[in-house]
Ligand binder design. Sequence first.
Ligand code: GLA
Length: 399
Amino acid sequence: MGRPRPRRLLRASFAIFSLAAIAAGGPAALGQPGGKPADPKAAPAAPAASPSAGETLRHAARGRFLVGAAVSSWGLNDPKVAGLVASQFDSLTAENEFKPASLSRQPGQYRFEAADRFVEFARAHDMKLVGHNLCWHSQAPAWLFRGQDNKPLPRDQALKNLKDHIDAVAGHFKGKVIGWDVVNEAISDAKDEYLRKTPALRAIGDDYIAKAFEFAHAADPGAELYYNDYSNENPVKREKTVRLVRELKAKGVRIDAVGMQCHFVLSDADAIDKLDQSIAAYAAEGVKVAITELDVDVLPRRGRVADIGALEKGGDNPYKEGLPPAVAEAQARFYARLFEVVLKRPGVVNRVTFWGVHDGASWLNGFPVRGRTNHPLLWDRQLKPKPAFGAVLDVLARP
Ligand code: GLA
């Protein structure tokens, strides 16, 4: 996968972000005026899904790991979605609202209103809140690491900006989040390159990652700190991730868990075995594992990675009218195997977060090919539970 130049990548990322948000519900998702504010205290509607005997994911997994969902503001605005989130999940991630670009457009200027609704919703429904994210090359304002001329800032200035940003954000949410994805997607997909050449790396150097973790710990010493990435079930990226964990630990930097995004593709027959091996490898380094952005893409695609700058043209859209039962069953088996792996090492995987709640709002309707009808999650577009939902509950019910 070629690496787009930063400006292109940023534009592409914003385009996807905006498209997904607009497709999903309009301005509220972008934190723009005109969207109805979420009412965090809205009583959860009766769950639209009717799991067997009313069983829920959060109850079925209790005491073993948190089950989370990533939701956007517009999702919280929809009483049916909000009800499903509150009843089924005990951990919440904001799909966009905590990202650097959502919080700050100008140096020193922050808008926390949209993100604060998540704090309130989590509190009202006894959910843990996860901060996503403090430092990423995408959906981040240029001022952090680049000058007016778009060139990297001098190291000292960039370090100060990183610290100021983390102080402002982690400071604001201090005591309100259980942990932070401190750095997102810093490892390169290229076989022979360790770290991605991000704006932060170009301005600061390789140690921007350690610095971000140090600043986050100083700003909120009670928060867990995670390194989050996609495709880190794959051996090459796994090795680089192990290297990063070792380097951070050797410097005495706190890191609690590796976040494995797990944007999986149903046709990837080896994915679950690779996940299993990677969980073991990360556990051996003395860190926990959080599955942070789980979904299972059922559509054909060329690339396997979840780099949101990597759009594809064309591509079939075979399930416009609905997911054929055989595919829904295959997806259910995929999810079941994944949860079997999660349960294999008690205490290692401490959270499984789905990237969305229902198929209609998934980012995968627009990625990697725009405008398709994907079916990656546990609830369908009518908020009816799919076979995958029952399959996950069945695994969690086993003695
Ligand atoms: C990455 C990011 C998420 C989200 C997804 C796609 O995985 O970590 O925040 O943007 O891409 O929506």
